[in-house]
Design a protein around this ligand. Structure first.
Ligand SMILES: Cc1cc2nc3c(=O)[nH]c(=O)nc-3n(C[C@H](O)[C@H](O)[C@H](O)COP(=O)(O)OP(=O)(O)OC[C@H]3O[C@@H](n4cnc5c(N)ncnc54)[C@H](O)[C@@H]3O)c2cc1C
Length: 561
């Protein structure tokens, strides 16, 4: 075993992790990044459609962006945090451009925008349909100038807590199977979303709720976990994302009768209503018999071949490869599918969690800018704005910590867990079978439409699977790149996180944002303008608590599009 030490350790090398790393580097801290995959293979790389900002120089106004975000959140987002995000968005996007992101430009050579859902004007900046990749590569280049230590293909198995403070992580080096201790004065979790708790999902196979699970294990509350976004346009079959940019460029949604059915549900904004609204509308069409084989159609033919092949080339390729559809010639079958977790590790606007020394940013965190429903292209924005803030604060905090007192023997706990997985290798259960059962149960009971019985059934399944997990063994006892062992650890994080989603969903006795209960279809502002906090206190079941929503300027109103 080796022991390493840094001022700030960033867990995750997606956009949030990279932006935090760069900020902490610029603040003069000794920063290291740890990531279970090569940095540019993080899920941020798959982001397609764009990043939102209201640029004053284009006559736009961040107040309007903030109001659209508050309304999009179904009034569950904390308005102080939303104001910060929208105010800092313009400078953040210009900064990315200066770092070398080659944003699309309009015919006058100015930064180009496309129209995204839930917003009255076009304020989404983009690089064709590969925006995430463009951003991630530019940030990676900036970080590399400082020549940081990157623990690449290392997997964090637990957080180290001493005297009530987070002081590092224990990690498995995948190449060697060795367990290591990395001490740090501050740790920033930037581990991404929860997508793979569901099956199917638009998320990469590496998106397994590790950060949420790590934080939950040490008693840090997860907030608003019931708010799970189903994206309206995921491909039939495998659930691959077809960017909202397709509708932003003017695409239509059609039912089996060839009708643009959104006119019934959102007569003003049509296909560009917010995601929760469009997903529910599609699912209603499908449930009422106006779908085609469990799907509706995304029709882009009228946009013309040239636009499709330049601005939507990636999804055209995906449609061709996986559905045998040429978007210039035929409509494509799509349906709502798991995409994003609005909830996460509760933080303030500097990424600070309830545990001293522990920060969180990006999709694993909940600063509360998305509330009940995230607007498309607000997540990339969240990662860069709050990643940067967390990096600055953590660097500052690390200067106040003189030394880290952690006994090296702490790693024996995780070595023991690995041994116990190997000892149970005669059990024939596998991570894959449990994971599939979990994903299907979640997709059945905690999806677009929910009710008490369905959510209870999903929760019951999760508890049974957690019980099976206790007996799970790892059959491959090899040291080098033991993916079987990796999947076993990831599954533990996912099961804990799936439980928090079920518990939060059962606790919220109303419909709001993505949490739509057919048995309680109304929003109840009198009783439920509050966040739900789920916490592990060491008992068998999590505890549930509540905290008020911060309202600065926008009182809740009826939400129509
Ligand atoms: C297909 C797709 C398209 C999207 N398009 C858009 C879009 O156009 N606009 C938009 O705003 N949003 C979009 N989103 C959402 C957005 O991309 C994500 O919310 C955001 O990129 C998440 O970034 P992140 O930095 O928080 O996490 P990620 O990019 O997921 O990075 C997580 C990092 O954590 C590391 N990690 C995780 N667990 C561990 C562990 N145990 N040990 C070590 N390392 C670990 C991983 O290796 C990785 O480096 C899209 C999402 C998907 C799935």
């Amino acid at each position: 075993m080796a022991v390493y030490q840094h001022d700030v350790l960033v867990v995750g090398a997606g956009l949030a992790g990279m932006r935090a790393t760069l900020a902490a580097q610029e603040a003069g801290a000794d920063v290291a990044m740890i990531t279970k995959v090569h940095p540019v293979r993080s899920h941020s790389n798959a982001a397609q459609g764009g990043i939102n900002a209201a640029l004053e120089s284009r006559g736009d106004n961040w107040d309007d962006h903030a109001y659209n975000t508050v309304k999009g959140s179904d009034y569950l987002g904390d308005q102080d945090a939303i104001e910060i995000m929208c105010q800092e968005a313009g400078p953040a996007v210009v900064e990315l451009e200066h770092m070398g992101v080659v944003f699309n430009r309009d015919e006058n050579g100015r930064l180009g925008t496309r129209h995204f859902g839930g917003q009255e004007v076009a304020r989404t900046f983009f690089v064709a349909d590969i925006t995430g990749q463009a951003l991630l590569h530019a940030l990676y280049e900036q970080i590399m100038k400082y020549n940081p230590r990157v623990y690449e293909e290392w997997f964090v198995t637990s957080l180290v807590i001493e005297d009530g403070k987070c002081c590092g992580v224990v990690a498995l080096e995948l190449m060697t199977g060795q367990i290591h201790l990395i001490k740090a004065k501050a740790v920033i979790l930037a581990t991404g979303g929860t997508g793979r708790c569901f099956e199917p999902s638009t998320n990469g196979l590496v998106v397994t709720a590790d950060g949420q699970g790590l934080a939950y294990q040490v008693g840090v509350p997860l907030m608003d976990m019931e708010m799970v976004q189903y994206h309206p346009t995921t491909l039939k079959g495998n659930g691959v994302l077809m960017t909202e940019g397709a509708r932003g460029e003017g695409g239509y949604l059609l039912n089996s009768e060839g009708e643009r059915f959104m006119k019934t549900y959102a007569p003003n904004m049509m296909e560009l209503a917010s995601r929760d609204v469009v997903s529910r509308s599609e699912q209603t069409e499908i449930n009422e018999g106006r779908g085609i084989d469990g799907c509706v159609l995304l029709d882009l033919r009228h946009l013309g071949r040239e636009l499709i092949e330049t601005k939507l080339a990636y999804i055209n390729e995906v449609a061709m490869d996986f559905a045998n559809v040429n978007l210039a010639e035929e409509p494509c079958p799509i349906r709502p599918g798991n995409h994003y977790e609005m909830g996460g590790i509760k933080t303030d606007v500097h990424g600070v969690t309830s545990m001293p020394g522990l920060y969180a940013a990006g999709e694993c965190a909940n600063v509360s800018v998305h509330g009940g429903n995230r607007l498309g292209a607000n997540s990339l924005l969240d990662t860069v704005v709050f990643g940067k803030r967390a990096g600055i604060h953590a660097a500052d905090y690390s200067r106040q910590i003189e030394q880290i007192n952690v006994p090296d023997s702490i790693v024996s706990l995780d070595e023991g867990r690995i041994k116990s997985f190997f000892d149970k290798k005669d059990n024939t259960d596998t991570p894959a079978t449990i994971r599939l059962a979990m994903g299907q149960a979640m997709n059945e009971g905690v999806a677009v439409f929910r009710d008490e019985a369905g959510m209870q059934a999903a929760y019951k399944t999760i508890l049974e699977l957690k019980d099976r997990y206790k007996r799970l063994g790892v059959h491959d006892s090899g040291k080098i790149f033991n993916t079987n062992l990796l999947f076993a650890f990831e599954l533990g994080f996912m099961l804990d996180t799936a439980e928090t989603i079920c518990v939060s969903a059962l606790a919220r006795k109303e419909s709001r944002g993505a949490h739509y209960r057919t048995d309680m279809p109304d929003r109840d502002d009198e009783n439920w303008m509050k966040h739900i906090l789920v916490q592990n206190t060491g008992e068998d079941l999590p505890t549930v608590d509540f905290s008020p929503v911060t309202v600065t300027r926008w009182e809740p109103q009826i939400r129509s599009y």
